[in-house]
Each structure stands twice: as C-alpha cells, then as structure tokens.
Design a protein around this ligand. Structure first.
Ligand code: 5GP
Length: 187
C-alpha cells in the first residue's frame, strides 16, 4: 500500500497538531452552544473522530452519505443522498465536517440542501482545501491544510476504496490511477 504513495504531503503528527488547534478554535467559537457536527461519509470519518476529541464543549454528531462524482472525473454539483441524517437540524448550530473541498460543487450542494431544513447557523469545516481548483465561491470557516492540485489519499481519503487507513495524507502515484480517476458513489 505504501509503495503506491508518491510522496507524503502531511504527516500523522502534523495532522494531529492541526486538529488540536481546530478543536480549540471550535470550542471557543461555540462556547455556550451545542453544535451538531455532520460528518460527510466516508472520507471524513477519521477527521470527525479525532476532531471531536479535541473539542471540550457539549456537541452531538450525525452522519450523511452522498454520491459525488456521478461517474465523471469532475464533480457535477449534483448530490444524491445515500444516507440521510437521523437528527432534525432546525434551530441547530450545524458544522459540516468534510475531508476535502476541491471544486466546491459538492459542498455547495450539501449546504444548499441543509439550509432548506432551517438550521440556526451552518459552518463548514474541511480537513483539506484545494483552493486553486475552486469553481464556485464558498465560504470555508475552518480548514486544516491548503494543498496543491494533487490527487491525495490516506487519513480517510480513498482511491477505489483503498488507502483510507493510511495515517498520513499522501499523493497517489500516477501509475495507480492511469486509467483516470473515476469516482462513483460512496465518496
Ligand atoms: P468537489 O465537489 O469539491 O470538487 O469534490 C469534493 C469531493 O471530491 C471530496 O469530498 C472527495 O470525495 C473528492 N476528491 C476531490 N479531490 C480529491 C483528492 O485529491 N483525493 C480524494 N481521495 N478525493 C478527492
């Protein structure tokens, strides 16, 4: 598995240190509140797990799964709900927890969908931000790291469902996906 990694971009220690900072920031911003953290499955599962342990105020969590790329190499901006939330979000302070924001189309579609359910507030927290690839202007409230336009795997992020268990963020060797990145459902 490690031999498919071209380069380690962010080490496990760096991820841990940055998540600690994010947790402190969120704890401060939401003191006296009871935020609902919505984890976008599956890529953000490790991020959520580590982040909540660095937040020292009461919170609740829920999960949603959506399909993103629709079989294309690029996001379509259309999201299909594969697994919906179990918590009503009206009057809640929602924080959407995502693994990576690339073009921004997926996150834009998710937030537009959630807004129809009348949360009190909604913020976005992503571990990784490929800002240079943005196609739509979205406001990211918290991010872990800005990364260049490289296809990355590890720490929850996959390629064809593999590599999620790598403890670091790495760039995948081109020869592994030479047929093209063709993500379908399940993020
Ligand atoms: P967007 O709609 O912002 O273009 O795409 C967001 C989704 O695309 C992410 O949630 C993720 O599933 C996928 N994605 C974008 N860039 C990468 C990447 O470098 N590595 C992996 N594994 N997934 C990515």
């Amino acid at each position: 598995m490690n031999s498919d990694v071209k380069e380690v971009l962010i080490t496990a220690n760096k991820i841990k240190a940055r998540i600690k900072e994010l947790g402190q920031e969120i704890s401060k911003d939401y003191s006296n509140k009871f935020p609902l953290l919505i984890c976008v499955l599956r890529g953000a599962f490790l991020f959520l797990g580590d982040l909540v342990r660095e937040i020292d105020i009461p919170l609740s969590i829920d999960f949603m799964a959506i399909s993103s790329y629709n079989g294309q190499t690029e996001s379509s901006g259309q999201v299909k709900i594969l697994k919906d939330l179990e918590t009503p979000i009206d009057k809640r302070d929602v924080i959407v927890i995502e693994d990576i924001v690339d073009t921004g189309l997926t996150m834009d579609a998710i937030t537009r969908l959630l807004i129809t359910r009348k949360p009190k507030s909604i913020k976005i927290c992503t571990l990784l931000d490929k800002a240079e690839r943005r196609k739509i202007n979205i406001n990211i409230d918290y991010y872990g790291f800005r990364i260049p336009n490289k296809f990355v795997i590890g720490y929850g992020l996959d390629y064809e469902e593999k590599y999620r268990n790598l403890p670091f963020i790495g760039e995948l060797k081109e020869e592994v996906y030479k047929g093209g990145i063709n993500k379908k459902d399940g993020k």
